[in-house]
Design a protein around this ligand. Sequence first.
Ligand code: EPZ
Length: 422
Amino acid sequence: MDALLIEGPSKLSGKVEVSGSKNSALPLLFASILFDGKVTFENIPRLWDIETTLKLLELMGCRTEWEKEVGRVSVFPEVKTKVAPYDQVKKMRAGILALGPLVAKYGEAKVSLPGGCAIGARPVNYHIEALRKLGVRVEVEEGYIHASVKDKLVGTEILFPEVTVTGTENLLYVGVMAEGTTVLQNSACEPEVVALGEFLKSCGANISGLGTPTITIEGGGLKLPSQPVQIPPDRIEAGTWISISLATRSPLEINHCDASKMTSVLAAFRQMGAKIEELNQGTTLKVTPAEIYHPLHIETAPYPGFPTDMQAQILTLLCLAQGRSTVVESIFENRFMHVAELRRLGAQIEVNGNVATVEGPVEFQGAPIMATDLRASACLVLAGLISKGSTRVSRLYHLDRGYQRLDEKLRRLGAKITRVAE
Ligand code: EPZ
C-alpha cells in the first residue's frame, strides 16, 4: 500500500476540477445488467471501486472497456453467471448492488454478503426483506445471499424501516422489471438515487417521486439507452475541497460542481464564516476563507441533511474554530475512527457514544497517522496540510478507493505532498 508524505502548513492556490461521483457511478454501472446491449458511461472517475465493479461485471460474463484517460466505460452485459463472489464484494460493499439487477433481469442471484467495514456492521436486511415482499425467495447461507424469483416479480408497497441508499437503489432496479406498481416508502432522497432513477426513466421506466420519501414505480421493462450516460459530479469531493480551502486558508476555485446538491454542506461552511460564491449556474464554487471560524453543532442525516460522508472533513475543520463544537454521527455506529488519528496531531476531541465534542482553535503538529476508511482518509490528508512539520498518512488504499488521485490535484495547487510505496 502507498503512503503520503505531507509537509505543512501548506498554502494552496488555483483551480481544481471535481471528478465524477463514485456513489453515482457504481449504481449506474450495475444498471447495465438490466439491458441486452452495450451501455456507455462518461465522466467515470478513476477509482479502485470502479476497478472492482468492472471486475465483478466481467466475472458475470460481461465485456467491459475502460478508456481511463477520458473517463469513458462501455459495458456489454452478456451475463452468464449470476454470481457476485466474496473476494470482490469484500473489497467494496457496493457489490450488493449486483443483487437487484440480477434478480430483476434474470430472476436469480448469488451475491456475497458484503460484510462489515470499519464504519459499521453494514447489514443488508432491509434489501432482503423488501425483495421477499416482491416475490423473491431469499436464503442466506454460508455468507451468500441466494435469491430466486418464485414465479414472477409482483409490485407491492415497501416501507424501509430506515433510509437506505443502496437499498432504495436495489429496489428501483427490481421495481422497473416487476409487474404492476411498486411503492417505496421512506426512500432515500440522495442525488445518487435520483440520478439512477432519472437514467431508468430515460430508458422508458415509469417512476415518480424521485428525490422524495415516496417513490412509485410502474413495472414495464426498459429500452436500451440511446446515448452515453453522464456521471454527475461528486458532491462529497466538492465538499472536501471546500474544507481543504478553508482549513489551509487558501482561496480556491472549485469547478465541475453542482451547488444545488450541496445546500446543507454550503450552509454549514457559511455558518462557520466562509464566503462561498456560486458561479456559472452553481457549477463553480469560489471559496474565500475567513480569519475566524465559528463553532457549530452538526448532526449527520439522510439527504438533504448534512451528509455522513462529510462528517470527518468538517470535524477536522472545526478544530480551527473559536470555541466548542459538537458533531453527532447519526447514520453509522462507528464512524469516529479518525478522531484517534487527529488527536495524534494535537486535536482536542472527545467522543461519547455518537457525539464528538471539539475544542478549538488548536495548532496541529505533524506525525505519522493511518487511514481507516474512505472519507476519513481525506480528513487526515487535510489535517496533514495544516500541521506544522511532516505528516505521513499510511494505508492510502482507502483514499484511492474514493478520490481520483487527490494527491496529484493537491500538488498542482502547490501542496508539498509526495506519494511513497509502503
Ligand atoms: C451509501 O451506503 C453510500 N455508499 C455510503 O458512502 C454512505 O455513507 C451511505 O449510503 C449513507 O449516505 C454508496 O452509495 C455506494 P445505507 P449504504 O444503506 O447504502 C443501516 C462512501 O464513503 N442499514 O444508506 O450502504 C446501515 O447500517 C460510502 O462512499 C441497515 O441496518 O448505506 C446504516 O446505519 C460510505 N440495514 C444506515 O442504515 C440495511 O439493509 C444507512 O445505510 C441497510 C442499511
